[in-house]
Ligand binder design. Sequence first.
Ligand code: NAD
Length: 247
Amino acid sequence: MDLGIAGRTAAVAAGSAGLGLGSAKALAAEGARVAICGRDPERLAAAAGQIDGEVLLIDVDLGHPESGRSFAEQAIAGLGSVDILVTNAGGPPPGTFENTEIDAYQSAFDMNCKTMIEMCRVAVPPMRERGWGRVCAITSVGVKQPIGFLLASSVARAGLTSFLKITAREVAADGVTVNSAQPGTHWTDRVAKMMDRPDAGKSNPMGVCGDADDFGAAVAFLCSEQAKFITGTGLLIDGGQAAGLLD
Ligand code: NAD
C-alpha cells in the first residue's frame, strides 16, 4: 500500500538505533525526506547508511534542557519544513518505588515528557498553518499498564500521554493528527541491556520480542495519508502484552 507521504518531510528523534531507526527507515522507504538525531556522530552516520535517500543528521543530546526545541528547529531549517514528527528518546534507567531517587523522576520527565512537548511546540504550529501534519510519539505499553520496574518512565509517559490527547483534540480541525505508538518488548539495544532475550520474550503471550522494523511500519501507517481520521489514540504494538480492556 502506498502511504501517500512521498515527498513529505519527517523528523525522527533518537533515530540512530532501535525503534526510532525502524521508524525512520519505514518513513524513508515511503519516500519521505528524513532527519534523525542522536548523541553520537558515528552512530548517526551508521544509521543513515540503513535509511533510503539522503538523511539529515542532527547531533543533539536529548537529555539536555531545550534539546527538543533545538532538534525540531534544526530539522525545520535543514528540511525546509517538518510534516511528520516522531518524538522519541532514550529510556530512563530501571527503578522501583524502593530505589528510585527523587531526581530520577525529574530526569525522566525532562527526557521523556518535556523534550517531546518542546518538539511539538516548535513543529505543530507550522503544520497547522499548512493544514497537514502528523505527530507520532513513541511511548510504551507502560502507559496502558504501568511497569513496576520502570517507575520513573511510567510516571513521565503518563504525563506525556495526557499532553498528546489534549493537543490532538485542539489541533484536529487543522489537518494535524497526534497519536502514540506504544511498544511492548522489542529486541533493541535498550532491552538487550536490561534482560536476556529468553526473558524478554516472556513479557507477552506470543513469547517472542517485537522487531524494530515492524514497529517502524506501524509508525509509518499512523503518519500516512490514510490515517487522517485517526487521532488522539495510542496503538499498542506489544504482542498482546497489555491485558486490560480499556484503550
Ligand atoms: P535504544 O536504546 O535501542 O535506542 C535509543 C536511541 O536513542 C539510540 O540511538 C540512542 O543513541 C538514542 N539516545 C539515547 N539517549 C539519547 C539522548 N540523551 N539524546 C539523543 N539520543 C539518545 O532504545 P529503544 O529500545 O529503541 O527505545 C526507544 C524508546 O522507546 C525509549 O524511550 C524506550 O524506553 C522506549 N521503549 C522501548 C521499548 C522496547 O521494547 N524497545 C519498550 C517500551 C518503551
